[in-house]
Design a protein around this ligand. Structure first.
Ligand code: ADP
Ligand code: ASP
Ligand code: MG
Length: 403
């Protein structure tokens, strides 16, 4: 008898029919003799809807009240999923994050899990029931309801899988696994059967929305085997685990793009010690998350510094840069970041050259660059981003099956 934590994302429980499909899938899993703990997200776009309502009602959004509001989406979904399970003859118990014993810190809207008690979940399983846990929520050390942040249901599932020593954590979504690139952008993107944690971590850090980055970090740290798969076709998806042997041996395994960043450039900054320190300390002090940084070679004692930040933080970043008066500040939100990722890159020279040649052949200009051991990222013009993704996917032959 195996124990699975199965997490269903918003699209997988978007309407009554989808909820009934989920219930039927769980019924079949149980009939095989396995045990299941469910983690469920809010239905469809409900979280966005609740955020919109908050904006319509007031410009003041205390963290405590926001978390009470957002977590209502998952609370509604778990009750409905539990009812659907009863409807197909499977006894089920719904639980809020607090009831499930997910203890978090006190950071509203982006709380971190400190401890998973999980004894009520165990008791429900021992009674032969299916526990249905509301994703992305917990109770803080101050006894307040907390939300774990966007995409937090993946983290709830991984944390429960770890605590309950489940055989696998299955993340069900609207695509059949992790693809060599976003299947919405490149039609011949290929589903990967297996992937290493290192590669998946780089992918999620560079903009791949699935699974949520924090859940991948948690799974990696605690050795939780992940299986990302489809709640529409139910076919086997992508396995992610710590086994080296399961790694696909391609030099480049995936191309990821991210349209959510913007660029700030400060021109004619004095080239002297302490300037970068002042700038990036000031940005850190207002919680701006800087991603890429480029500083040019100085000409006549002056240089240019460019950096990227999440577009949502562009205004505060630009304001900080202006205030310091280091040089002329310009911004652009029309950029895209493309990254190629692959564990085989370390031992293969020429990957960067091939990436740049491919972009050059497509007439796409590279604005900024950064690398890690298993990643090369380039910032390009926003309008060229999807084209660049397609060209790189083709150049590295990512549509070809790996044996
Ligand atoms: P859920 O709501 O189920 O948690 P999301 O909507 O957050 O899932 O993420 C799933 C989406 O991620 C897919 O519809 C897909 O278009 C997109 N996506 C982008 N890049 C990739 C990739 N490399 N592999 C798989 N999906 C990707
Ligand atoms: N419903 C929340 C969101 O949309 C949490 C989740 O789905 O993981 O971000
Ligand atoms: Mg989601």
């Amino acid at each position: 008898m195996a124990l699975y934590v199965q997490k269903f994302g918003g699209t997988s429980v978007a309407d009554p029919e989808r909820i009934q499909d989920v219930a039927d899938h769980v019924r079949r899993t149980i009939a095989r003799g396995d045990q299941v703990v469910l983690v469920v997200s809010a239905m469809g776009k409900e979280t966005d809807e609740l955020l919109r309502l908050a904006n319509d009602v007031s410009a003041v959004h205390p963290g405590r009240e926001m978390d009470m509001l957002i977590t209502a989406g998952e609370r509604k979904a778990v009750a409905l999923v539990a009812m659907a399970l009863h409807g197909v003859g499977v006894p089920a118990d719904s639980f809020t994050g607090s009831q499930a014993g997910l203890i978090t810190d006190t950071t509203h809207r982006n709380a971190r899990i400190l401890e998973v008690r999980g004894d009520r979940i165990r008791a429900s399983l021992d009674a032969g029931h299916v526990p249905v846990v509301a994703g992305s929520q917990g109770v803080s050390t101050d006894k307040e309801v907390t939300f774990l942040g966007r995409g937090g249901s993946d983290t709830t599932a991984v944390a429960l899988a770890h605590r309950l020593e489940a055989d696998a954590c299955e993340l069900y979504t609207d695509v059949s696994g992790v693809f060599t690139t976003d299947p919405r952008v490149v039609s011949n993107a290929r589903k990967m059967a297996t992937l290493s944690f290192d590669e998946l971590l780089e992918m999620t850090a560079c903009g791949c929305p699935k699974p949520a980055m924090r859940s991948v970090e948690y799974a990696h740290r605690h050795g939780v085997a992940l299986h990302i798969r489809s709640a529409f076709t139910w076919e086997p998806g992508t396995w992610v685990n710590n086994e080296e042997s399961s790694m696909e041996r391609a030099i480049v395994t995936a191309v990821v793009h991210d349209m959510s960043e913007s660029k700030v450039t400060i021109s004619r900054v004095p080239d002297e010690p302490g300037i970068a320190a002042r700038l990036f300390r000031a940005l850190a002090d207002v919680n701006v998350n800087v991603d890429m940084i480029v500083q040019n070679v100085s000409v006549e004692g002056a240089t240019d510094i460019s950096f990227t930040v999440p577009s949502t933080e562009l205004d505060s970043a630009a304001a900080v840069a202006q205030e310091l008066g280091l040089g002329n500040v310009t911004t652009s939100d029309d950029i895209g970041k493309i990254s190629i990722i692959g564990a085989g890159m370390k031992s293969n020279p020429g990957v960067a050259a091939q990436m740049f040649e491919t972009l050059a052949a497509g007439g796409i200009n590279i604005d900024m660059l950064s690398t890690s051991g298993i990643r090369i990222s380039a910032v390009v013009d926003g309008a060229s981003t999807e084209e660049a993704v397609g060209l790189l996917h083709e150049a590295f032959e990512l549509d070809r099956p790996v044996d």
